[in-house]
Structure formats: structure tokens, C-alpha cells
Design a protein around this ligand. Structure first.
Ligand SMILES: Cc1cc2nc3c(=O)[nH]c(=O)nc-3n(C[C@H](O)[C@H](O)[C@H](O)COP(=O)(O)OP(=O)(O)OC[C@H]3O[C@@H](n4cnc5c(N)ncnc54)[C@H](O)[C@@H]3O)c2cc1C
Length: 357
């Protein structure tokens, strides 16, 4: 590939790579994106929650503030995508209902409520008596909970289809190859696969939790470790007009995102390893938690289960690092919020590309 005046290479076609490619292509860059299995990294397993308040964790104040910007960014991105494809990404602003299963789970729920209040999140106590519709399908032993306003969700499969189609229309070239090494030249970048060498003015590494290609000179500051997670998809009950359920159950975290038509995403496991195998035991524990909290799922049909590696940085914050030489940048560390933060990561990529070319 010959370099044109404004050209970019994007390595990795997960949600971060695809949205970055869209921003660059829309700004007039000639973009080539590389991925041996586009969209089948962490993005494939994601539930699609844009849930800054439900995801609140002590010490993650900056993440929280960043995520609050994500929902308006997704709305604008969705409008821009529809200008190119005639299709919008549907964003459902249902909020979240947090509940606890037994006494100790309810104590965890109260601790969460305290932290959320400290963050000034939009929360209020709700009960089965006052808001019966919110508790539809949920076990009768759960009689109260905390409602979080402002949280939303989208379907990552739909979002990836629409961004992918927009990129195709904007002329983004998708090459199904693994980039093995990268280089910086005096006036641009090179990416090398087993099949060939490719050149452009700038390059973005959006490789999620995978190892970087050889030659990527990163600072010692940023390291990414994989936090594996698994979700199960079922067709069962339609709670799409109700808040996403988040439960503390048997000391674990469980969530259920319900889409129109009864498609539900149940999640998620979390452990620090790279193994892509989905184990029977973890599936059994997740489904036990699901059935305890939402017994109405008893006759749901299992559709599939998916596993992915969340890219976690040392401080659990996303980063956009410009590498030595100034023409490659590494966009990662989005951990459990990559779908949420993708439109913001794409803006970082655009800002870098414009400043560098
Ligand atoms: C179970 C689970 C549930 C989640 N739920 C949510 C959620 O509800 N909301 C939310 O916001 N986030 C969620 N996340 C987090 C989110 O999925 C990730 O943060 C996000 O997908 C990261 O996107 P990415 O593009 O960086 O990585 P990925 O999606 O992993 O994409 C990286 C891509 O790079 C490619 N690649 C790697 N190396 C190379 C190379 N050398 N050459 C070419 N291609 C390469 C890979 O093939 C892959 O396709 C969840 C994650 C998991 C695992």
C-alpha cells in the first residue's frame, strides 16, 4: 500500500479500532484496518451497558466522570452513523435496578449505595410495593432495591454492524491479517504482516488486551493485562422497558440486560487469565445466580455464550499513548468500559491524527 497525503493504519477492528477508523475516514483520511478476526475480541462478549453509575467503584472517580461524557457522545456518533448508513445505533436509557439476594448481599448493596451517593449519582430506593413493574420476573424474596437513573445500554452486535457498514461506505479497507511488527519512518509508519508491508502517515494500535506487535516502543507506564469475562445469551423474558438488573448474589456480581423480543444477556464472570475456553463450572454458577435472581428465566432458551479479554491498565483507566517517533499511538486500557468509551477513544485518535499530519 502506498502512503497518500492523509492516510492511517488501524491495527485491531474491535469497537475501539472500528470507531477510530470511522472518525478518521470521516475526516478525510484514507484508512486501512487490520484484523484476522474483526469484532471477535472483547467486543463480541460485551453486554453493551453504558452504565457509569452502576459501574461506580471506589478510586475510579476519573473513570466515572469520563463515562458520564460517553452517553452524549454515543448519541452524536449514532446520528453521524445514520448520515452514512441510514441506520442509527439504538440506545435504550432504562436505568439500572440494583438488588441483593441475601443478608450479606444486601449489605454489599448498601455499601454500593453509599459509594454512589458519595459520587452524587442519581439513585433512589425502590420497592416491589411502590414500583412492581421494576421487579417483574425477579424472585419474590427480593422486595427492594436501588434504582439508578441515567444508565443506558446498546447492542454491541448492532453497533459493530453499523460502524462496519459506515466504514465500508467511507472506503475503509479491512485486511484480514495479523500485524506482526511495526516501524516508524521519517515521514510515516509501516505495518508488517506475513503477507506484506503497508505504509501510512500515522498508525493506531487498537489491539485490546492482545500483545502489541514487535517494534511498538511503549513507555513502561502503560501495561495491559487481560481480565477474562464470559456472558451467556438467552431468549426468555422481555424486560426491555424495565431497568437493567444488577444483583449482588452469593457474594458475586450478576447482571441481566434485556432487549426487545426477550433476548437477554447474562453476565459476567471475571478472572485474570487468557484462556478462551468457556468452562461448564463458570457457566453453571452464572446460570444459578441468574435463576436465583430471575426465576422467570427458567424456561429461557440458551442462544450462545461468549468469552472475551477486557484490557485492564495498571490504574484501570483507559489511555491513549503516543509512541516514540510520534506517529504511532496505542489506544487501550478500556477494561470493562470499552463499548461505553469507544466514541471518546475515537476522538482521541482523530485529534492525534490531525495534529500529526
Ligand atoms: C464479558 C464482558 C462484558 C463486557 N461488557 C461491557 C459492557 O457492558 N459495557 C462496556 O462498555 N464494556 C464492556 N466490556 C468491555 C469491552 O468489551 C472492552 O473494553 C472493549 O471491547 C475493548 O475493545 P477493543 O477494541 O480495545 O478490544 P477488542 O474488542 O478485544 O478488539 C481488539 C482487536 O484487535 C485485534 N488484534 C489484536 N492484535 C492484533 C494484531 N497484531 N494485528 C491485527 N489485529 C489484532 C483482535 O483480533 C481484536 O479483534 C465487556 C467485556 C467483557 C469481556
Amino acid at each position: 500500500m502506498q502512503r497518500t497525503a492523509k492516510s492511517a493504519i488501524v491495527v485491531g477492528a474491535g469497537v475501539i479500532g472500528q470507531t477510530s477508523a470511522f472518525r478518521l475516514a470521516r475526516a478525510g483520511f484514507s484508512v486501512t484496518m487490520f484484523d484476522p478476526s474483526p469484532g471477535h475480541g472483547a467486543t463480541y462478549a460485551a453486554a453493551g451497558m453504558i452504565a457509569p453509575s452502576a459501574e461506580i467503584a471506589p478510586g475510579e472517580e476519573e473513570n466515572y466522570v469520563l463515562q458520564l461524557r460517553a452517553l452524549p457522545s454515543w448519541r452524536s456518533l449514532s446520528v453521524e452513523l445514520s448520515e452514512v448508513t441510514d441506520h442509527q445505533v439504538d440506545i435504550f436509557e432504562t436505568g439500572t435496578l440494583v438488588v441483593g439476594w441475601d443478608g450479606s448481599d444486601r449489605r454489599l448493596m448498601s455499601q454500593y449505595a453509599q459509594i454512589a451517593a458519595d459520587f452524587n449519582a442519581e439513585i433512589r430506593s425502590v420497592s416491589r410495593n411502590t414500583s412492581p413493574e421494576m421487579f417483574e420476573g425477579i424472585s419474590g424474596r427480593i422486595t427492594d432495591g436501588i434504582f439508578i437513573g441515567g444508565d443506558a445500554w446498546l447492542d454491541p452486535d448492532q453497533a459493530m454492524r453499523i460502524v462496519g457498514s459506515a466504514n465500508e461506505r467511507l472506503g475503509v479497507r479491512l485486511v484480514h491479517e495479523t500485524i506482526q511488527s511495526i516501524r516508524t519512518t521519517p515521514d510515516g509508519v509501516e505495518a508488517i504482516s506475513a503477507e506484506g508491508e503497508y505504509r501510512a502517515s500515522i498508525g493506531i494500535l487498537a489491539t485490546g488486551a492482545e500483545h502489541l506487535p514487535h517494534g511498538a516502543e511503549v513507555t513502561s507506564e502503560n501495561v495491559v493485562r487481560p481480565v477474562r469475562g464470559m456472558t451467556v445469551r438467552v431468549r426468555g423474558i422481555d424486560r426491555s422497558a424495565q431497568p437493567t438488573i444488577r444483583a449482588f448474589v452469593h457474594g458475586h456480581f450478576f447482571y441481566m440486560v434485556s432487549r426487545p423480543g426477550g433476548y437477554c444477556v447474562l453476565g459476567a464472570t471475571s478472572d485474570e487469565r487468557r484462556d478462551p475456553i468457556i468452562e461448564l463450572g463458570e457457566t453453571q454458577r452464572l446460570l444459578r445466580d441468574a435463576l436465583d435472581v430471575v426465576p422467570a428465566l427458567d424456561s429461557a432458551a440458551i442462544l450462545d455464550s461468549r468469552v472475551g479479554l477486557r484490557p485492564a491498565s495498571k490504574d484501570l483507566r483507559p489511555f491513549f499513548e503516543v509512541l516514540a517517533g510520534g506517529r504511532w499511538a496505542w489506544s487501550s486500557g478500556h477494561y470493562r468500559h470499552g463499548v461505553t468509551l469507544a466514541p471518546l477513544a475515537a476522538l482521541d485518535a482523530l485529534e492525534f491524527a490531525v495534529a500529526t499530519t
